[in-house]
Design a protein around this ligand. Sequence first.
Ligand SMILES: [Zn+2]
Length: 521
Amino acid sequence: MYLQAFAKGNPDNLLAVKKFRAKAQSHEERRKEMQNQWVSLRLSLNLCAFARNAFPVFLLGLILLCFAVLKAHANGNAQVVINMSPQGEVRIEAQSSTPANSWSFRNAYAGVLGIAERITDFRATTASEQDAGAKKIATGEFRSELPANKISYRVNVSKPDAADVSHVSWIIGDYGFLMLGDLLPQSFTSVSVRFELPGNWGVTSSISGDANLYQVDAPEKAIFFLGRLFRKTSQTVDGVPVTTVLGGSWPFKERDALGAATRVMKSYLELTRFKLPGGAFIIIAPLPVKVGDTKWRAEARGSTVVLLIDPDADFNNWVGQLGVIFTHELFHLWVPNGLGLDDDYDWFFEGFTLYTALQTALKLKMITFKEYLDTLARVYDSYLSHADDLSLIEASERRWTTPGSLVYDKGMLVALLYDLKIRKESGGKTTLADRYRELFGGRVAANAGGNEAIIALLDSPPAMNGFARVYVEGRAKLELEQVLPSYGLTLDSSGKQSELRVNQDLNAEQKKLLRSLGFRK
Ligand SMILES: [Zn+2]
């Protein structure tokens, strides 16, 4: 199956919210520069098309925004009313039991800056209905002279662009997404939300409720889909609810989208043996803006996956394309969204996710073994096209401020090397998948440092002792030409593009190992 070119770019760009905030300015510069560097890899599948603003990767799809969970500063409950006018204007009123004189809104996220500039007409009112004297002191920062229990403001959500459309709230035409992470003050840690919508509009979300009341305990993860008309289909996969919501007209049926998601979910439930408590809530809607070559954008936040696709995209196999996108995006519901680990361990939740998605696409017969090998060869070429002078941990910390795509390319190739080595050392008895089972089996505590925890996990089998210390903590460069022959693979870099091939004369051990990966000759 030929699924459109893989995009070369930073697959999701999401997760790194914490670090991104600290590096906002430099990332913005980088982002603009990189928007011009988007290179199509022409891999056999379009796995992630990661964000247009960044580095290369192989991938399925496009901008995946993966996503880490922000931890808000506690300060209270609020009753929120979100009013949307027929023209798509959003006005928000929030009443809080705890008075405050300072409100701070998210201004940077996933490579997008200036989000809070959309907030205007901010007012604050005291408990005695007196004007509290609110002033804007910086973008997204408001202060009042008197303590206030009520605030109100407008948010202009009518102008998303190609870079931010899957990451921030927008309403255009017949559809829209409202993401509480960029609509509410960051101090709101628990809210009840009521929507006032035009008569023929509806709202849906992974959170149970209706327009009159949604109780939201983690606003930074909450996404609401609004529309005049959408179709919702649900199914339970091994006890885990999977829902698809479709807005717009598509050349595939609802049940086909749900079927593709279900196959991938089933595969990841088997891989991790961890039942996502929130299930998977997948929203597919038309992209409201023109984008580049990669015709879709995605984000995985909490238990929601937002997938925006250009309805005019010339995918020759829409359901196949959806499946490939799901292999990356849906895995983010587990890693990192289901883990709750701290640190910038992007090398794992992006790089290792890329490899796991590719393996899964192969296992589910969405791609052939040749496409699997071709993808790895192209990722290696991408890896070689940039300097590798950082460890994967350093590259993760500097993901937004350094060129290249080390976190993705090297992370993915290190996952390959890990999988090959452990399969060989164990005579095929264990694989990288076993580490995921341990990860979700209670071996790693929530809130642990992601880097330390994952490195210790990867290095735990005696045969793998020191592997992650060398390839993740250390600055070891990858030389696949030297390493792969012992596994029965040859990397030929003599041509314009590298080729990865299975050797003609495999020994019995190599044949067994490659067959366990999906080789069928
Ligand atoms: Zn990703």
